[in-house]
Structure formats: C-alpha cells, structure tokens
Design a protein around this ligand. Structure first.
Ligand SMILES: O=C(O)CCC(=O)C(=O)O
Length: 282
C-alpha cells in the first residue's frame, strides 16, 4: 500500500526564517519543546480580565440568541444540534458557536492564539476546525478519559485544541485533567466511535496534571493527549471555550467535521429517519 505523508508531517526547513519575525505573540523555543514533549502547554494571562467579562456576557447572549431563533422559526429548541441540554433544560454545551457570535468569531482568529499556534506548525497558519463552549453548570457531569482524535478519525493528525477559561477552573468545578507524555499514538479502538473511555491502566497516573486556570489563561493540547474532567461539584458554572485547529498545510476541514458531527448526533442506529429529520443547527 502506498503511504501518503500529510503535508504537515513533511517538515519545513524554512522555519527559523523570515516568517518568525512577524509573529508578535510567538512562543519561545522552551515552550515549543515543552509542548512537543508533554503534549500540552499552559499559558497564563493571555487575555485581560476586562475582555473576559465581555466573553462571559457573550456566552449568555449566544444561548438566548440561538433559543430565540428557534422560537422565531417555530422549531423545538430541543432539536437544535448546537446544544447539549441537561435534564432541566439548562445548556451544558453549545457547539458550534462562532456562526452566531461576531465577538467569538473574532476571538478564534485573535493573533494571541494564532501566532502561538503558528509556532507549533513550523510557522504556518492554523485553521479553525471546531468551536465549542462548555458551560458545565453546578452539579453537572464531566468527561471520561479519552483522546479527541477518537471523534476525529480520518481528519489530520495536526489537530489540537486551545481551551480558554472564562471562569476560574479548579479541581472542585471539574477542571481539565491532561496526561503528560502519552500523546504519541492513538489509544482507542481504531474505527470505533462508541468506546470513548481509555482504560486508565494504560496510563501512568503520576503523569496526570490538573489544569487549574484563571480567566484569561489558556491550555493547548494535541488531539492525542489523553484527558478527562470530573463533575462540577461547586455551586457555580465552569465556562470554558474549546477551540480546535489544524495546520493549514493539511487543508480546511471545518464543514466536513460538522457534517460528521451531525451524523454522529443523529445516526441511524440511534433513531428512525423521520426522527432524524427534525434536527437542525440554528
Ligand atoms: O471540560 C473539560 O475540561 C474537558 C472537555 C473534553 O474533554 C472534551 O470536550 O473533549
């Protein structure tokens, strides 16, 4: 079988060349090396407190906007694929959100993110792949141990995620937990989507890092970095943006990913066709 190397895996000797001078928010070499070695990087105070206040307000506004659009078009909000709702009809997650928020749409292209990602992509630009906002209200669930690539099989290996804390993220409210140095390969069953948990026995527990963040701090982690998050046992929400990107040398996959996302949220083994057609993004 012919093996096809993806462009981002071919190496680019011209990095260290003139492009680097234009990256105002470049990572330094120690940060790039730490990311490559550990599979993640935590950066403090990337965004200012005053900006974070705007983003927290926008988080509430986009929920109202998406729900009122549903009502305007006389669609049942529960069928809006953007939302993952809790039993009491509170949103746990909104995914995607940039198409209903000019403010967040600008944020995903902010140079404070893009310059840093270019440093991880040999000087090439990152391209947005997926955008979600997890609200994680009090007493709500977390996520089992997984690699994001489980959900993105077939998409480029250059995928990574930038998480941006809107609220302080602590052990008590279920901060992200990342496993250091386990990002070299795929740990789930290839071709399977349902088996979303990795057997914790396969990972060194000492490698687990609780990513406690203040608003405006960010974490960047690869699509193979094993991670989890416990339930929120505090009495306030833990809101966090999760922005995923790939190396622009690997092309543009945003629309293809959301086609796939629609499929796995409505797939035929879960519901009848008549039921599936009720679902929409608005
Ligand atoms: O909420 C978190 O901290 C982690 C979320 C997560 O694991 C995911 O969305 O893949």
């Amino acid at each position: 079988m012919v093996s096809v190397e993806r462009p981002s895996e071919m190496g680019t000797p011209q990095w260290n060349g003139p492009q680097r001078r234009h990256l105002r928010f470049a990572l330094d070499t120690a940060e790039v090396n730490a990311y490559k070695e550990k599979g993640f990087l935590i950066l403090r105070e990337v965004f200012q407190p005053v900006e974070m206040e705007f983003y927290r307000q926008e988080a509430g506004r986009i929920v109202d906007r998406a729900l009122s659009l549903s009502r305007e078009f006389q669609l049942e909000p529960k069928y809006n694929l953007r939302f993952e709702m809790l039993a009491d009809d509170q949103p746990w997650k909104i995914d995607p959100f940039v198409s209903i928020s000019p403010l967040f749409s600008a944020l995903v292209r902010d140079r404070r993110i893009m310059d840093r990602l270019a440093c991880l992509y040999d000087g090439y630009e990152a391209v947005l792949f997926k955008d979600k906002l997890i609200f994680k209200p009090p007493d709500s669930h977390g996520n089992g141990l997984h690699q994001d690539y489980n959900w993105w099989q077939g998409f480029p290996h250059s995928l990574l995620t930038v998480s941006i804390a809107l609220d302080a993220s602590t052990k008590e409210n279920g901060c992200t937990e990342l496993w250091t140095g386990h990002h070299q390969g795929f740990l789930h069953e290839p071709g399977s989507l349902d088996k979303t948990q990795i057997d914790p026995e396969r990972l060194t527990n000492e490698a687990r890092v609780y990513v406690e963040l203040e608003p405006g701090d960010i974490a960047i982690f690869t699509c193979f970095t094993p991670h989890a998050a416990a339930a929120n046992t505090s009495d306030s929400a833990r809101r966090m943006l999760f922005l995923s990107y790939n190396d622009s040398r690997d092309g543009e996959h945003y629309a293809a990913h959301y086609e796939h996302f629609r499929w796995y949220r409505t797939r035929s083994d879960r519901m009848e066709k008549a039921e599936r057609t009720k679902y929409y993004f608005l």
